[in-house]
Design a protein around this ligand. Structure first.
Ligand code: FAD
Length: 454
């Protein structure tokens, strides 16, 4: 009987243990289920859907080349897989274990109906397996990373297995019919220019980055430079495994350890979600549920200005416009814009988390929620709320003039000294600051004090 490989965000052939295990047992039917129906399912955002379309198209082509096919079906995972098993005579389903709460639910539901065999391969170590000496999961990143490192390096990545086709192929939806791409307006031009979704695109990014990885520490915080790997959407969709990334850069020398530590943050975020599945819905520190966030029309107008990159703070606006155009934003700038929304605008971190979820091509339930709660100070491992980032100081400190020129063309004519804070040189068409730094800072500190006083 054929074996089903159930794909989710593990869209690769190499170093993919579900493909490997299935291929060793018989003919393989690879299936991707677009599941917008499972309980607690968090519908993928628009930028992610754009990526998914191209990643699936690429995987289908790669499978075709390998003498196989990609079957596309839509609906609730357990129903779709059960129907496919009946049609094809398959009994076994192989998949990689996912940490998102809806996927864990779906895995339980599939297991009730079918022989589901789950494999690891999304993280460096299985979520929930890195434990303290006392056998409990870690809450804080630094000791987590120390413990994870002791288990490294990960096993060397395995090449793509040889796949055998079943005697008959089940029907597949047409990818175009899923309408994952934007039509009117087509806002994806900047994404097409920046990204090549799929396993080959991921391998190429990794190779290019490996040549620069030794200088990661000096350049990673400079948004005007290509200092980081830009592997995040490829990692999110599983077009490359973290083990492949690890082994791809391990010999780069220099400050590559700092980079591996960031990969460790990815595992850490999964470790948090494994313990606290609803982490994106509530502040981990409960007192933050009492923080008097701003609401109402003025706050909504400020939220909109932030989303559109029209706050009057050039570094914030550059970041938000980079996000809108390319589906990605530099990490240093993500920290600045998140802090600005939460503190200067005093808007609930969950509104920012939702916007990122919709607009990032690397939108990831665990990484997004963990980083937003880190910025808010409400998280299990978090920056202090009262440590308020000053965007106008951050901008020259991280040499963002070139970055601002690229993303806020209205300001391109200003010199390196003025561009971070145009003041009286502000050109017509570029907004005045929606809140003054000192005023925003004082308002945030007062709200925090009010929360503490309850
Ligand atoms: P590199 O610097 O090359 O790092 C390599 C990999 O390590 C990344 O691809 C990523 O998988 C992981 N990584 C790096 N930094 C972090 C981090 N702080 N937390 C967890 N993993 C990390 N990253 C996402 O992938 N998805 C998200 O939805 C997401 N939301 C974020 C929201 C906020 C408010 C902030 C401050 C950060 C968020 N990040 C998120 C983390 C980080 O900004 C991105 O992973 C990084 O910018 C991706 O670029 P890169 O691949 O060039 O990173």
């Amino acid at each position: 009987a054929p074996i089903i490989v159930w794909l989710r965000r593990d869209l690769r052939l190499a170093d993919q243990p579900a493909f490997r295990a299935a291929a060793a047992r018989g003919p393989v039917i690879p299936v991707y289920v677009l599941d917008d129906e499972s309980p607690r399912y968090r519908r993928m955002g628009a930028a992610s859907r754009w990526w998914l379309h191209h990643s699936l198209a690429r995987l289908a082509a790669d499978l075709e080349q390998a003498g196989s096919r990609l079957i596309l079906r839509r609906g609730r995972s357990e129903n779709v897989l059960s129907a496919l098993a009946v049609e094809s005579g398959a009994h076994e389903v192989h998949a990689l274990h996912h940490v998102e709460p809806w996927w864990r639910n779906a895995e339980r539901a599939v297991r009730k109906a079918l022989d589901l065999q789950l494999h690891q391969g999304i993280y460096l170590a299985p979520p929930g397996s890195v434990l303290t000496g006392g056998g409990t999961p870690f809450k804080i990143y630094t000791p987590f990373w120390r413990a994870l490192q002791e288990r490294m390096p990960p096993a060397p990545p395995l090449p793509a297995p040889k796949l055998t086709a079943p005697e008959a192929w089940p029907n597949s939806d047409r990818l175009e019919d899923w309408q994952l791409l934007p039509t009117h307006p087509d806002w994806a031009g900047g994404m097409r220019a920046e990204w090549t979704p799929g396993e080959a695109g991921a391998a190429e990014r990794l190779e290019t980055f490996a040549r620069r990885a030794a200088r990661y520490a000096e350049r990673r915080n400079l948004p005007a430079m290509l200092g980081t790997s830009r592997l995040s959407p490829h990692l999110h969709f599983g077009e490359v495994s973290p083990a492949q990334v690890w082994h791809g850069v391990a010999n780069a020398g220099g400050s590559v350890d700092v980079f591996l530590g960031e990969l460790g943050w990815r595992d850490y975020a999964a470790n948090v979600i494994h313990q606290f599945p609803d982490y994106a819905a509530h502040s981990y520190k409960e007192e933050f549920e009492r923080l008097p966030w701003r609401t109402g029309p003025e706050a909504e107008a400020d939220l909109k200005a932030w989303q559109q990159g029209r706050t009057g703070y050039p570094i914030v606006d550059a970041g938000m416009r980079e996000l809108w155009a390319t589906g990605w934003m530099h990490n240093r700038v993500r920290m600045i814009v998140a802090s600005f929304l939460i503190k200067h605008l005093l808007i609930d971190w969950r509104r920012g988390e939702e916007w990122f979820w919709d607009t990032l091509v690397d939108a990831d339930y665990a990484q997004n929620a963990v980083n937003w709660q880190w910025s808010a100070g409400s998280g299990v491992d978090a920056n202090m709320f009262v440590r308020i980032m000053a965007p106008l100081t951050q901008s020259p400190k991280f040499d963002a003039a070139g970055y601002i020129r690229e993303w806020v063309p209205e300001l391109a004519g200003l010199g390196d000294a003025e561009i971070h804070d145009p003041g009286l040189l502000r050109p017509r068409g570029y907004p005045a600051k929606i809140v003054e730094h000192t005023e925003g800072r004082a308002r945030a500190l007062a709200a925090h004090a009010a929360m503490k006083a309850v």
